[in-house]
Ligand binder design. Sequence first.
Ligand code: SAM
Length: 284
Amino acid sequence: MDKKGMLYLCATPIGNLEDITLRVLRVLKEVDLIAAEDTRQTLKLLNHFQINKPLISYYEHNKSERGKYIVEQILQGKNVALVSDAGTPGISDPGEDLVRLCIERDITVSALPGPVAAITGLILSGMPTGRFCFEGFLSVNKRNRREHLEQIKNDPRTLIFYEAPHKLLNTLEDMYSILGNRKIALARELTKKFEEVIRCSLEEAINRFKQSMPKGEFVLIVEGADPRRLEKQKHQEWMNMSISDHIYLYTSQGIDEKEALKKVAKDRGISKREVYALNLKNKK
Ligand code: SAM
């Protein structure tokens, strides 16, 4: 008989305590141990719901040693619930490492879904929700932050970020300089009394927060790249190239010369004969 316990990933409210699910309350009452990212925060929640259970911390700086301990407890037959500071464990917190450890040791992991700040912000943003990309926190390091934004600047999907108030202005300025003046929704204090969603352009957001210090944690939802603008940009890049460089762009990808001439003609809106003639002239 398998005497192992289980790991339960319990989503908790991101502000409004009424958002806890009945299933999470039951499991928190039933497990042997609760592992929490922020024990003080979780204690408030447990006290509110009159749940009295052994509580240990599991966060970024102790996840390696604590993860092993939790797995050991589960292997000895204990059921453990993992809760995040707020929201769903495993999203922008070390929960994913514990899940991986449990899977490696053949421990059953069960997810009890509930609030996620990213999705709550997205559905309030008014931006397309059909395709979106969660980017989590951008780095505090300016170079890494800008590199991250460079990597995703052509992504047409709606982009979602987490951000702390003291870093917000720098982040908005980098977004503006790399992504251009896109639409943004800044969602703060979600599900709380002073919930606010500011929908504006990146430029307007920068001006606003230059005047007053932002308060609260934010979810930033940024419009994806406009495919028409990208097409225009690509066209401009082709037109700035010499004909031979443009042909080389394709031949260097393994495309044969005849096909490359055809593609270049199409990109530049001229005939194949013209491309051929211009290329010949360049070579002379
Ligand atoms: N695991 C959490 C989740 O499921 O959303 C996220 C944890 S992450 C460490 C914390 C970040 O989530 C905050 O910095 C903020 O960007 C976002 N966040 C959490 N609660 C929020 C709220 N009530 N309103 C706006 N953003 C929130």
